[in-house]
Design a protein around this ligand. Structure first.
Ligand SMILES: [Zn+2]
Length: 187
């Protein structure tokens, strides 16, 4: 055995045959390729895990974005008809909030094909010269099935700012009811 045909083992540094894959003394593998393959395997596994992690994080971010940008509910105000309505001049309608406010009683009909679960009305009050004297909005969880009618009583009696009647009761001569919003039940 010449010095040229030998080299030192990677594990135990004993002289071994240059061509041997495994050291006869310590059984350590001698090929560089073997170690590279092992490292390549580790690297591929890391890339794979990283890929899955990125995917999961992106999916979570996407869900968050979607929940933030949730579409507003459809508005079926166009198909809600004010079948009849009557203006009640300003009076105290609730003992809890003893303010003098106007009210409107009437009937709403759902001419659409979708059920309605909440309604927002705008009520405009006029004097004998058709000049506007007062206005208020009324939002309520009012269920109206397609093709059916439901009575309502709207007054500025909701929580928050209760504005007393703008003018004396005799100035409240006529009125107008505008359906602003009509939303279906939220699923
Ligand atoms: Zn060895």
């Amino acid at each position: 055995m010449t010095a040229d045909s030998q080299r030192l083992c990677r594990g135990c540094f004993q002289p071994i045959d240059r061509r041997s894959r495994k050291c006869p003394h310590c059984h350590a593998y001698q090929q560089k390729g073997f170690i590279w393959a092992a490292w390549l395997g580790v690297l591929l596994a890391a890339v794979f895990v990283l890929g899955i992690l990125t995917d999961v994080l992106l999916t979570i971010a996407d869900h968050r974005k979607q929940s933030l940008r949730r579409e507003p509910p459809p508005n079926y105000a166009d198909v809600v008809e004010v079948q009849e309505s009557r203006l009640l001049p300003p009076a105290i309608h609730t003992e809890q909030r003893p303010q003098t406010v106007p009210a409107v009683i009437g009937v709403l009909r759902n001419n659409g094909t979708q059920p309605i679960a909440s309604i927002t009305l705008q009520i405009r009050c006029y004097d004998s010269q058709k000049k506007i004297v007062d206005t208020f909005q009324w939002s309520y969880a009012l269920e109206i099935q397609p093709g059916s009618s439901v009575p309502f009583k709207a007054s500025e009696s909701s929580y928050g700012n209760l504005r007393p009647a703008a003018l004396p009761p005799e100035d409240y001569v006529s009125h107008e009811v505008v359906v602003v919003k009509a939303h279906p039940p939220t699923s």
